[in-house]
Design a protein around this ligand. Sequence first.
Ligand SMILES: [Fe+2]
Ligand SMILES: [Fe+2]
Length: 164
Amino acid sequence: MGKKGREIVEKAGVNVKELIDMLKKAYADEWIAFYYYTLLAKIVEGLESPAIASKIEEIAKEELEHQSELAERIIQLGDEPPRRFEDLVKIANCPYVTIPENVGDLKAVCKAIIEAEGCAIEVYNKILNYLTGVKADPVTFHIIRHILQEEVEHEDLFETILGK
Ligand SMILES: [Fe+2]
Ligand SMILES: [Fe+2]
């Protein structure tokens, strides 16, 4: 735990518990996205599926980085991520990715990813707005801004693949 690091956030008027709760929920979202994307990359079928699978793997890797960044920040703020994996699904904002029945329908696969990224974008945008409102905690702000940027890139990537 970063004692002084947490203290400056508290002194700046941030409700640290509220903030940590938001970070934990986002942390859960990242693990869930990682799980579904990793699975999706393995089960997609069809002529164009190897190219799409490698793009899905790319973004899955970034979701895994996001969970790590969020875990570190939660710990710095004096708490820790849930110890039970099953709690992640319970607290998540985006508890699943809708895998299409037909995994050979690559357009439906792209749409499912775009939808999942949209959920993530809304979550990070909400946290950024919260932090902007209280005008404090530049450390968390920087992490969330960086993650939001990557989620927007993920959404855009799959919109481009889909050919919108
Ligand atoms: Fe992410
Ligand atoms: Fe993403």
